[in-house]
Design a protein around this ligand. Sequence first.
Ligand SMILES: [Zn+2]
Length: 308
Amino acid sequence: MERIGKVEKTEAEWKKILTPEEFYILREKGTERAFSGEYNDHKESGVYRCAGCGLPLFAAEDKFDSGSGWPSYIRPIAPSHVREETDNSLLMRRTEVLCARCGGHQGHVFADGPPPTGLRYCINSASLNFVKTETAVFAGGCFWCMQPPYDKLEGVITTTVGYTGGNTENPDYESVTSGNTGHVEAVRIRFDPEKVSFKTLMAEFWRNINPTMREGQFADIGPQYRPVIFVQNEAQKAEALASREALNKSGRFDRPAAVDIEPAAAFYPAEDYHQSYYQKNPMRYEMYKRGSGRAGYLKRVWGDEGGP
Ligand SMILES: [Zn+2]
């Protein structure tokens, strides 16, 4: 997901797939009239994708009511998903926001937003397409290893690695690694429930961890590596309990699953360096996954069904 390829098309090709309004905004850097766009007042839970190429650009939880008449967000869904450029048109110096994949114009970013970022991404509705999503959060030891299996699942819109379940605010890698903050390394998955079920995400979870280890995962021992299913609601809790029960009854493991099911807590995205680590540092990632014992264990337990 992080390896953002480029989508390049000719003007004629864009005209074929975009509506005239989308073309005007995305390709001609137009602006829709204030208060006219369909997402200005929109408050559903989900993800806004580029109307040109489908790349997820903004998340509903980062949206706020700016009163400007355009959908406004405090940050992009991931720093690498947008490109920012100086725009000196209209006798103003502004910062233009573009889709990092297709270069489609989205809007501008201003330094008058609310905390914690102080930024206001002022975006056209017509350059976005909303998709309703649900969230799942799993801790399965080192978070580098928990992102690839979900990135490849159909219906997963975005994955983010981060820290959750602890008792300090805005933890960073160093403080979590000390084992004193109570946070665990985890992956947050935003998924389209019409395309992939929470049950399928659960099955993928079991196939990528050692469910009999409570005190960590593989070579990583410590409270920050304990496996946890963080449930968002009662429905997910019921599914998680049923899934753990089914795993215990399957006879695949000689001990019952030592994985806790806990209510979801604040999730703090990890430093950019850790996001999609397997794509940024493929050699080191493969060495780590083998060296930690995870790759070999999954192969033994699951054969070709295991892991990514
Ligand atoms: Zn795009």
